[in-house]
Design a protein around this ligand. Structure first.
Ligand code: 5GP
Length: 142
């Protein structure tokens, strides 16, 4: 079955273009990382390559290589920033797998012993909390 084409009106493409705001923690010429507005845990961060692809299935392997190195960098930073016990990395491909925004991204979520994840795409977090959490990560990243 042919894959659906990339649509550059998706919400992350608009965030990358600066058309709608986000709480950014990191950016370079390849990748932008910002706080998830409906976090599944405190410090839930999204790592998003600038290059357009719907998800991992249609992405250029060279883009994946670059973005995964930044996923590691952000995972280390959130673990330190939130004094977490671990970090969950998630990535969904197509609606049947739970994907809701169709621009490749990786979820990076600090984890704590005995604390379950919140629901996926659940409650909106307050902007001031997202802003404070972004500052914590940025401080670690320097
Ligand atoms: P997916 O299901 O596609 O892997 O995850 C999309 C994620 O994007 C969800 O965790 C959801 O909370 C988050 N999200 C949806 N809309 C926005 C938005 O406008 N801004 C930000 N920062 N995150 C969003």
């Amino acid at each position: 079955m042919p894959m659906t084409a990339y649509d550059d009106k998706n919400i992350f493409a608009r965030i990358l273009r600066g058309e709608i705001p986000s709480h950014r923690v990191y950016e370079d010429d390849q990748v932008v990382a910002f706080m998830d507005v409906m976090p599944q845990g405190a410090g839930h961060t999204l790592v998003v390559p600038r290059a357009p692809s719907r998800n991992l299935l249609d992405a250029d392997p060279a883009v994946i290589g670059g973005v995964i190195a930044i996923v590691q960098k952000i995972a280390r930073a959130v673990k330190e920033a939130f004094a977490a016990d671990g970090v969950t990395i998630m990535q969904f491909n197509e609606a049947a797998a739970g994907q809701t925004v169709f621009h490749l991204h990786f979820h990076v979520i600090p984890r704590f012993e005995g604390v379950a994840l919140q629901r996926h795409s659940g409650e909106m977090e307050k902007p001031e909390v997202l802003s404070a959490n972004a500052e914590k990560v940025k401080r670690v990243l320097g």
